[in-house]
Design a protein around this ligand. Structure first.
Ligand SMILES: *Cc1c(COP(=O)(O)O)cnc(C)c1O
Length: 413
């Protein structure tokens, strides 16, 4: 960071502090991952300079010869990686990708059926605080209180009652596979469009380790920075027939210029995702999440849905007598970084909540496997059960640090 140190030593220091924080703590945030250094390089490249509006070959500014090649590369690679008929690589984020899908085929006020946020859904799936709920009329399905999994009969019942124009599958905190075929069947029964938001799952789908929603959906959205291990930003995949509508809804519908440096990072991760090392990290990610869930259950923790099929483990801490917020805070002071999370039927206040969410992506990207994961769960339990004992929390922190030093953050995939 040669130039940055000169222009702004304060910011340069914050960058190196953040590098140090990532090296010396365990990242269990399900919505994060360590990107290869080449992703950071391309995001910081001169493609930041280029202003693009429109699409390759149909731009509103000149000088797009290389930007067009970058976007075409992202398009070709992304379509082929996910076996999609059509792709738009311009969305700034997962939320803008979802907005563009809604606006491509819906009219304001149209009904949409999606998963309730406290049961796993996302803000952009019609939460009352999100603009999505102000533009469209959302209804929500929930998980079954006993199995804590999606109840497809309930989805069908609500769908037939509400008659939505669109059904959304996909979640921010749901550790189980989603039966996209069943959801698409329900969508067909009520003549609704079907969107799957695989923001969290894209890396696992790219590595072909969990079923892909793409063959069953009209639209699929995702972000590149969660299990996908890429840069920031979102992507839309869709059936060819919706391609023109999606392009118009993204630009000029929901966005202005897109970021060529981020589009280039998308092209890069679509290439890297085909490499053996990426696939083996994704395999490890799934194995490690299972090991986490198993080890926690052995210690008497209530794991939502009784296990996991992806990179997430959701814990309801109610029976342990601690809140999600206090667990999050105490673990952070011990060098274990994760987030508090609402759980189905949460009875705590929104600030405190009853659960925490673990993701296995970032520790798997560092190369950690079963012995390390078991140790991490030991250390988490030790810290959470001894929150008021400063010496214990400090001891956990020392052991976390030792583990981190043994597994430095990888610079390449
Ligand atoms: C993380 C996530 C998004 C991404 O939203 P951003 O706008 O990139 O923050 C969208 N949908 C789901 C289900 C997510 O989990």
């Amino acid at each position: 960071m040669l130039y940055l140190s000169n222009d702004d030593p304060d910011l340069a220091k914050l960058v190196s502090d953040e590098e140090n924080r990532l090296e010396t703590t365990l990242n269990l945030i399900a919505a994060e991952n360590h990107s290869p250094q080449s992703i950071l390089e391309i995001m910081g490249s001169v493609f930041n300079t280029k202003t693009i509006e429109g699409y390759p070959g149909k731009r509103f500014h000149s000088g797009c010869i290389h930007a067009d090649k970058v976007e075409n590369l992202a398009i070709t690679r992304g379509k082929s990686l996910f076996k999609a008929e059509y792709i738009n690589v311009q969305p700034h984020s997962g939320t803008s990708a979802n907005l563009a899908v809604y606006f491509s085929v819906l009219k304001t006020g149209d009904r949409v059926l999606s998963m309730s946020l406290p049961h796993g859904g996302h803000l952009s799936h019609g939460h009352k605080a999100s603009i999505t709920s102000k533009c469209f009329d959302f209804s929500h399905y929930k998980v079954n209180p006993e199995t804590e999994m999606i109840d497809y009969d309930q989805v069908r019942e609500i769908a037939h009652f509400v008659k939505p124009r669109m059904i959304v599958a996909g979640a921010s905190s749901y550790p189980r596979l989603i039966d996209y075929e069943k959801m698409s069947q329900i969508a067909r029964e009520v003549s609704a469009f079907f969107l799957a938001d695989m923001a969290h799952l894209a890396g696992l789908v790219a590595a072909k380790l969990i079923p892909s929603p793409i063959p069953h959906c009209d639209f699929v959205t995702f972000t590149c920075y969660k299990t996908m291990m890429g840069g920031r930003g979102g992507v839309i995949l869709c059936k060819e027939i919706f391609g023109k509508k999606i392009d118009k809804a993204v630009f000029p519908g929901c966005q202005g210029t897109s970021a060529v440096n981020l589009i280039a990072a998308k092209a890069l991760i679509f290439k890297l995702a085909r490499e053996e090392k990426f696939v083996s990290i994704q395999k490890k990610t799934i194995q490690n999440a299972r090991i986490m869930a198993g080890a926690l259950m052995e210690k008497g923790y209530h794991i939502i849905s009784g296990g996991t099929d992806n990179h997430q483990v959701l814990i309801d801490l109610t029976s342990k007598g601690i809140s999600g917020k206090s667990a999050e805070d105490c673990l952070e002071s011990a060098g274990i970084i994760l987030n508090r999370n609402v759980v189905p039927q949460d009875e705590n206040t929104p600030g405190k909540v009853s659960g925490i969410r673990l993701g296995s992506g970032a520790v798997s990207a560092r190369g950690m496997g079963e012995p390390q994961i078991r140790k991490i769960i030991e250390l988490m339990d030790m810290a959470m059960m001894n929150q008021t004992k400063k010496a214990v929390v400090k001891e956990v922190k020392n052991r976390v640090l030792k583990l981190c030093r043994e597994f430095p953050v990888n610079k390449s995939v």
